[in-house]
Design a protein around this ligand. Structure first.
Ligand code: ATP
Ligand code: MG
Length: 278
C-alpha cells in the first residue's frame, strides 16, 4: 500500500544519501523490476549513476526491460560503456534488440564491439530481421534436448539451462541438424518416469511460425492455440527462437494503436473541410 511504499522509498533515499550499499540492495531488490523502473525514472541522473555502481549488470538489465523504450536512451548514455554492454549481454536478446533499435547506430556498434563475441553475435543476427516479423520479436534463450535423452537426463539439462531461459515451460526437441522434431511441456516432463525416452513422450506435431511471418499472424496463432510460447523456424525447419506470450501482448497493443491511427487518418480525409462535396 501507499504507506509501505513511502517507507521503502524513504529507506532507499536514506541508503543512497549515506552510501549504504547493503541497505540499498536489501530495499531496492525486494521490489519488482517494474517498480524499480518507476523509481529509476524519477531520479536525477547523478543518483542513477551512483546506483549503477551498487547493482550488477544483470540487476540493471531487469530494470531496463521495464523502462519505456522510447525514453530509454539517456539511461544507456549515462552508464559507463563497458557496463552498458554488459547490461545488454545480460538481457533477453529480444529486449536487447528492441532497445538497441532505439539508439544511434554508432552507439550500437560501439556496444557490440565491447560485448563478448557470443552475446554480440546473437544480437547482431537478431538486428537483421525486418520490423514486425516473427524474427524481430523472438528471443534466442530457449531450452532444447535430443530425442534420445532419458527424462532424467533432460531434467538435469533443464536445471542447468533454467536460469537463463526465457521460459522453461516448454522444452523443444531437435535432431542432429538442429531441426525441430518435437516439444514437451514441463508438466509432461514432471509426470513422466525418469527412465523413459524423450521420443516416447514428446509431441511431434509442433505448431510453429516461420521467421518472416507477420507479427500480427503470430499473435493470432498464440491466441488460437493457447500456448505460452511458439517456436520460430527458418526455411529448413531449424529452430531459431521462441516467441512468448508476454511479447505477444506487446504486439497486440502495438497493432491496436496502429489500427487506431489508421482509423483516425481515414476520418481526417472524410472530414467536411476536405470533402469536395461539402
Ligand atoms: P494441458 O493443457 O493438457 O494441461 P499443459 O498445461 O502441460 O497441458 P499447455 O501449455 O496447455 O501445457 O500445452 C499443452 C500441450 O501442448 C503440452 O503437451 C505441450 O507439450 C504441447 N505443446 C507446447 N507447445 C507446442 C507447440 N508449439 N506445438 C504443439 N504442441 C505444443
Ligand atoms: Mg494447459
Amino acid at each position: 500500500d501507499d504507506q509501505e511504499r513511502q517507507e521503502v522509498w524513504a529507506n532507499i533515499q536514506d541508503a543512497l544519501l549515506n552510501d549504504h550499499i547493503d541497505q540499498f540492495r536489501a530495499e531496492f531488490l525486494e521490489l519488482h523490476p517494474y517498480d524499480q523502473a518507476r523509481i529509476f525514472e524519477d531520479l536525477e541522473g547523478d543518483i542513477r549513476m551512483q546506483i549503477y555502481t551498487y547493482l550488477s549488470p544483470e540487476e540493471v538489465a531487469d530494470v531496463m526491460e521495464h523502462i519505456d523504450y522510447d525514453e530509454i536512451e539517456p539511461f544507456f548514455t549515462e552508464m559507463a560503456p563497458t557496463f552498458a554492454a554488459q547490461v545488454f549481454a545480460e538481457m533477453s536478446t529480444d529486449d536487447a534488440v528492441d532497445i538497441l533499435n532505439e539508439l544511434e547506430k554508432d552507439k550500437v556498434a560501439s556496444f557490440l564491439t565491447i560485448m563478448d563475441d557470443e552475446a554480440a553475435d546473437e544480437i547482431k543476427d537478431l538486428l537483421h530481421y525486418e520490423e514486425k516479423t516473427a524474427g524481430s520479436i523472438m528471443t534466442t534463450e530457449f531450452v532444447v534436448v535430443k530425442a534420445g535423452m532419458t527424462i532424467k537426463e533432460a531434467m538435469v539439462h533443464l536445471r542447468t539451462e533454467a536460469p537463463d531461459a526465457e521460459t522453461i515451460y516448454y522444452t523443444y526437441v531437435i535432431d542432429e541438424d538442429k531441426r525441430l522434431v518435437g516439444v514437451i511441456s514441463l508438466r509432461d516432463l514432471i509426470i513422466s518416469e525418469e527412465g523413459w525416452l524423450i521420443s516416447d513422450v514428446m509431441n511431434e506435431r509442433v505448431v510453429s511460425v516461420s521467421v518472416g511471418e507477420d507479427q500480427e499472424e503470430v499473435a493470432r496463432m498464440v491466441r488460437d492455440y493457447d500456448f505460452l510460447a511458439l517456436p520460430v523456424l527458418d526455411f529448413q525447419d531449424h529452430l531459431l527462437g521462441i516467441i512468448t506470450v508476454d511479447d505477444i501482448m506487446d504486439v497486440m497493443e502495438e497493432e491496436a494503436s496502429d489500427d487506431y491511427s489508421k482509423l483516425a487518418a481515414i476520418s481526417d480525409v472524410d472530414s467536411p473541410d476536405d470533402n469536395a462535396f461539402a
